[in-house]
Design a protein around this ligand. Sequence first.
Ligand code: KIV
Ligand code: ZN
Length: 496
Amino acid sequence: MSERLFIFDTTLRDGEQVPGCQLTTIEKLEVAKSLEALGVDVIEAGFPISSPGDFKSVEEISKVVTSPIVCALTRGIEKDIDVAYEALHFAKRKRIHTGIGTSDLHIRYKFNSNREEILERAIAATKYAKKYVEDVEFYCEDAGRTDNEYLARVVEAVIKAGATVVNIPDTTGYCLPDEFGAKIKYLFDHVDGIHKAVISTHCHNDLGMATANTLAGVMNGARQVEVTINGVGERAGNTALEEVVMALRCRKELNIDTAIDTKHIYHTSRIVSNLMNMPIQMNKAVVGRNAFAHSSGIHQDGVLKNLRTYEIMDPKDIGIDDNMIVLTARSGRAALRHRLGTLGYEVTNEQLDDLYNKFLVLADQKKEVLDDDIRMLMGKGGGEKAVEVISLQVVSGKNINHEADLVLSVHGVTKEAKAFGNGPVDAAINALKAILQEKMTLCEFTIQSISKGSNDVGKVHMQVEHNGKVYFGFGANTDIVEASLEAYVDAVNKFM
Ligand code: KIV
Ligand code: ZN
């Protein structure tokens, strides 16, 4: 039986500190409910004294969340702790997370103080929080750069004062994995009573080592990890929940596991990305669009024979329906035959040889060979799209109604509509819906630029839901309204 690792999710507190990614209370509730379904043990819901909005979010999350502990952050200051307790009033299981900077840099420059005084303040804050709640977590801010001997004194003192969890943050993402692991081990070797508390890691990703440092902490005795979905967080972010959880699932020999229901990972990742307007890096571990996309022929052949040849995780385990084989010039016959099969075509070996040669010629001209291209190769007129944009004219600007005039060719018949929307993209999509009269919902929409200039091409990725199935669409244009419409039409053409 594996040992249990507690997952403390701080997407809604540390993760939400990213400029431009702030969530409304309603959005935070949606994230909190997803985190609960995912099975996290603790939700850090906010820093109540920091703003009335944060206070309200902690209060509302406390009302809706039932199984995870709801945690509120404070500085080691009585007023902060009073306000945190008030915000947690409705929580079924509450935790106060208080603390202070313990590195010499923080002690000297942030507090203009000395080690002894900070030690006293740490004890006082823990005892004060303890008057309100049984479950008190103490953080030693900048523990990554704190002298181990002094850190051990602080940890021992706050455990004696009643801390149930002690958090060892690498606040600046400075540590190397060996060093961080050794720090946790040092605490286990030198702190009297350490087993009365859970030791927690909280690693930042400034040097890209957050997950490695977190796992080093776990291997040396930490039994709580502080993480965020997609690794969101200030600067380079926090440790990504999905990376730690899947590392432990993949490496069962470590005998440490979490209570996360991994089938909810992908969905939660999408919710956070969409609500925070933070696109996920394509090659992001576990949840990136390319995490399970194979393009080399050798890999595709292997994956089709047995997933485990080139995949250490089954995409289904994180809630993705299938692995994605991307057809490119490097794809082999096996991948082409597989795709033909999913499109409903049975071919003989001779036909496949002939088709494969044509496929390679096309693949040399295009980055990716799409389903329509394959249909075209099969001579079924797949080159003709069911829906094609003939013209689009939009009116947009400040303080005017956004309007779109759209002309489409639908199965060869010209149709047009005019529609309004809350922006030019919305107006164009509304015009498209008015023409097609299909029930469809846009579930994901990301716009990315290629370089930085205002003359850049905008790349749009969309996911459109139709009859319970999700279809991907892509568009690229210097006009982002046109790129968006192209992406929507691309998705629509997958089902029409
Ligand atoms: O990074 C950090 O040190 C923190 C603490 C406030 C827990 O976020
Ligand atoms: Zn942090």
